[in-house]
Ligand binder design. Structure first.
Ligand code: F6P
Length: 347
């Protein structure tokens, strides 16, 4: 079999571990050949490929990013149509031309949504879930999340000491558009005094109370805020006007706004630190390398078994196959009872 592989959407530590496991298992166990598609869906859309064999995946296990490149190119968008053919038709034609029998698409809800559409038209696709946000309902964990949490936790540890030296509040803004998993886990692991997540709109008076209380001890407050968090008085998160190809707004700025408001209301100095893409860069943790490797092994096994239209997922400690349709059905958000566990540490 000749199998195409692509990585789409925001990059994520562990992508290379998946690619390596797919290729090694495919070549050594099943005699497959591989074609690497460049930059997510742009690759099959424009027939942009790169060689992908066992030597090509040597040494990539500890590397962040993706050797295949990534993009948010959306084949379902009108702009993907060309010469009377839709983006989906162009991809199907290119796969046939390149004699690619099946495709492994590694990505989040957008990439997997396209995979599902392709699968409905008869293209043989298997999905692998990926997002540092850990918000895909069909899998207990996605790789990249553990790395992002560890990076954010280390930053919080460092911010504690400088905040205390200067008797100032530090507001740490982390990623998470709709789900506050990174904020919750990093905040708990880093001993934050307040954690603000998109699922629980916050009351700025209460946040300032927690900040004041903390200043009354000899320690300085650390507030962890997810980029999608917003006050009760406002319906939407802080965002700029730009939309990406899948129609998502670019979030960011809530940390700075909080710092200004806390300073104004409490009279104490407050500074914001935005971790941004640092959370997605660099080498994956052991947990993410192992999960990504297991996903890769099981994805190529699914191809070999002809289990197309499925995605590999972690349920408990087992890797299972779920319909691709399920991959994008439900966003996994932080349940109120999980947030309540953290609330006892606030202030
Ligand atoms: O979905 C993953 C994610 O890292 C989000 O947490 C974040 O909002 C978004 O991607 C930012 O992506 P980019 O800046 O690459 O468009």
């Amino acid at each position: 079999m000749r199998v195409g592989v692509l990585t789409g959407g925001g990059d994520c530590p562990g992508l290379n571990a998946v690619i390596r496991a797919v290729v090694r298992t495919g070549v050594l166990d099943h005699g497959c050949e591989f074609v690497g598609f460049r930059d997510g869906w742009r690759g099959p859309l424009e027939a942009d490929t790169q060689p992908l064999d066992v030597p090509a995946v040597r040494g990539i296990l500890p590397m962040g990013g993706t050797i295949l490149g990534s993009s948010r190119t959306n084949p379902l968008a009108d702009s993907a149509a060309e010469g009377g053919r839709s983006g989906i038709e162009r991809i199907a034609d290119n796969l046939a031309k390149l004699e690619v029998d099946a495709l492994i698409a590694i990505g989040g809800e957008d990439t997997l949504g396209v995979a599902e559409r392709l699968s409905q038209t008869g293209v043989k696709v298997v999905g692998v879930p990926k997002t540092i946000d850990n918000d895909l309902g069909a899998t207990d964990y996605t790789f990249g999340f553990d790395t992002a949490v560890n990076i954010a936790m280390e930053a919080i540890d460092r911010l504690h000491t400088t905040a205390e030296s200067h008797h100032r509040a530090l507001i740490v803004e982390v990623m998470g558009r709709h789900a506050g998993w990174i904020a919750l886990h990093a905040g708990l692991a880093g001993g934050a005094n307040v954690i603000l997540i998109p699922e629980q709109p916050f009351d700025i008076d209460q946040v300032c109370d927690y900040v004041q209380k903390r200043f009354e001890t000899r320690y300085a407050p650390i507030v962890v805020v997810a980029e999608g968090a917003h006050p009760k008085t406002v319906d939407t998160p802080v965002a700029d006007a730009e939309l990406d190809a899948f129609g998502h707004v670019r979030l960011g700025g809530v940390g700075q706004l909080l710092a200004e408001e806390i300073e104004r209301r409490t009279g104490k100095e407050a500074r914001a630190a935005v971790l941004g893409h640092i959370q997605r860069g660099g080498t994956p943790t052991a947990f993410d390398r192992v999960l990504a490797t297991r996903f890769g092994v099981h994805a190529i096994r699914a191809v070999h078994d002809g289990a197309f239209g499925t995605m590999v997922a972690l349920r408990g400690t087992s890797i299972v196959r779920v319909p691709l349709a399920e991959a994008t059905r439900e966003l996994k958000v932080v349940p109120p009872e999980r947030y309540a566990e953290a609330e006892v540490f606030f202030g």
